[in-house]
Design a protein around this ligand. Structure first.
Ligand code: GLN
Length: 535
């Protein structure tokens, strides 16, 4: 097994996740089986209980793992499916160590960070890497070098650097090279950050320097001299048009040559698929039509909260040959008169209502859905977005003004309800329906046409669902529940509408740059006015 460990210096938000994913893609392009592990030094067991305002989107894996959004980047760049074991946190490691201690596994020894916690970290990394069947495993250590929380993980990395053969482990350090007011690229933050790393006994092999434009040779040589890394292993990670350009930029910067030599890689390089994808994106950017989509949500100030939706719309744009402009609309600002809603949404080619939790902002989302339904604007509702579409229909078409979800309080018409007996509630992380579930699609429905098959599997994260008691009232007014899992309604559509579809699952987690999620592709096609009969 070969390991690529990524650490970060200077400050957070430099793009360690994209760096890790891009290196992974380069190695995959060389024909290797690649996997990735994200280490989050926080004490939470997983990201499931974390507020998207603080930490960005919670990404959901096929096994129901609720994980850091970087795992979404790994899945998209590597075109793979990971499991919850690929996200390590301090909480998970300590829980295991404490359980072992209680079982008496440490035979009376004093349990300490070194070696017990660090051994647990190394064992987890190695066993996850092995179990994945990969030849190369990327490990991204979250946070910034120097943070108290990440110390045990950096110490485990130090031990691994010593235990693994030279040709089996590469340490990549991501830093920042800012520009001063005279326009000069400054290396001091990088020097300091590498010094800090070396104080911990870690020696970087590759330095990825985030910068606005490519580093000059002189700057690379200066970093090389101070940081003990050859200039050829210093990578300018300059601002890219799009994250999918980054593997090609890194390739040009020589990272691929370095890894080939160091890891003694022999397989053939096949960059052409990824290059084709990027060329297609560039062509679309140059000459493609542009559609605009309104995403009506509540976490709109923090773009990271909807990373997978943004990426999925991009993938759908690539599939349909168009640019997708996204306008993030805060549903709390929509709550008003129909004229106000029309004024806010009148210019868009499609309206998307994403998932969410809690009551805040739902009335504005319902107004947006009513607008999309009555004005025949293509609509895609994801999870809460689907539930609100059902509520909107119940209120405004069936006439149950009090229809609501039991998530938002008692109501005589709980068209969305909780089926608690079907969940085993263990703790805060265990009370939802999570991960992959299959749905059976109605023959001839829009969903069937989009998926091109009568069965499909998508990822879930919800507690509430369509209340089966009301199905007849909806059916008699032209609503079709076209995707079902036993008595669970997975997809709702209105066939008389141009494109009106809501899903209980999250198709955004399975969308890939070269393989857009069917519902997103259909939505963008409809927004372009090109949705064909056969979809
Ligand atoms: N809050 C809703 C539920 O728990 C929707 C969840 C979501 O959109 N992910 O069912």
């Amino acid at each position: 097994m070969k390991y690529v460990i990524t650490t970060g210096g200077v400050m957070s938000g430099l793009g360690k996740g994209i760096t890790t994913s891009s290196i992974g893609r380069i190695l995959k392009n060389k024909g290797y089986r690649v996997t990735a592990i994200k280490i989050d030094p926080y004490i939470n067991i997983d990201a499931g209980t974390m507020n998207p305002f603080q930490h960005g989107e919670v990404f959901v894996l096929k096994d129901g793992g609720e994980v850091d959004l970087d795992l979404g980047n790994y899945e998209r760049f590597l075109d793979t499916e990971l499991t919850r074991d690929h996200n390590l946190t301090t909480g998970k490691i300590y829980k295991e160590v404490i359980e072992k201690e209680r079982r008496g596994d440490y035979l009376g020894n004093t349990v300490q960070i070194i070696p017990h916690v660090t051994n647990e970290i190394k064992e987890r990394i190695r066993s996850v890497a092995l179990a994945s069947g990969a030849e190369i495993c990327l490990i991204e250590i979250g946070g910034t070098v120097g943070d108290i929380e990440s110390m045990p993980f950096l110490e485990a990395a130090r031990q691994m650097q010593r235990e693994e053969a030279m040709q089996d482990l590469v340490l990549v350090h991501v830093t920042l090279v800012p520009v001063d007011c005279q326009g000069e690229q400054k290396t001091k933050p990088t020097q300091h950050s590498v010094k800090e790393l070396r104080e911990l006994g870690l020696y970087p092999n590759i330095i990825v320097a985030r910068c606005t434009s490519a580093l000059s040779l002189a700057v690379k040589e200066k970093i090389a001299l101070f940081c003990d890394v050859p200039a050829s292993a210093i990578v300018s990670a300059y601002d890219a048009d799009d994250i999918y350009h980054v593997p090609l930029i890194f390739e040009k910067e020589g990272i691929s040559d370095y890894l080939t030599k160091r890891f003694k890689l022999e397989k053939n390089d096949n960059k052409s698929r990824w290059r084709k994808l990027v060329e297609r994106m560039d062509e679309i950017k140059e000459g493609g039509e542009t559609i605009s989509i309104a995403v009506v949500g509540k976490y709109t100030d923090l773009r990271d909260a909807y990373t997978s939706i943004r990426e999925s719309l991009k993938h759908a744009g690539i599939a349909c040959g168009c640019n997708v402009d996204i306008e993030w609309i805060d549903s709390e600002n929509l709550n008003g008169t129909p004229e106000h809603v029309k004024k806010s949404l009148g210019e868009f080619d499609g309206i998307l209502v994403p998932g969410g939790f809690g009551e805040r902002g739902i009335e504005g989302k319902i107004d947006a859905i009513e607008y999309a339904r009555t004005e025949d604007v293509p609509f895609l509702g994801l999870c809460l977005g689907m539930q609100l579409a059902v509520i909107e229909f119940a209120r405004n078409v069936i006439g149950w003004q009090d229809a609501n979800s039991s998530e938002f309080g008692e109501t005589p018409h709980p068209v969305i309800g909780l089926l608690p007996e079907q969940y085993e509630v263990t703790d805060m992380g265990g009370s939802m329906r999570l991960g992959d579930y299959e749905a059976v699609l109605t023959e001839g429905s829009l969903a069937h046409r989009l998926y091109g098959s009568l069965k499909m599997v998508e990822r879930h994260r919800h507690r509430y669902e369509v209340n089966p008691e009301y199905l007849d009232e909806f059916g008699s007014r032209g609503v079709v529940f076209s995707g079902k899992n036993m008595n669970r309604m997975e997809i709702v559509e209105i066939p008389s509408h141009r494109f009106f579809i809501g899903c209980q699952f999250h198709p955004e987690f399975k969308s890939r740059p070269e393989n857009a999620a069917p519902l997103f592709r259909g939505f963008v096609e409809a927004a372009l006015g090109r949705l064909s009969e056969t979809a």
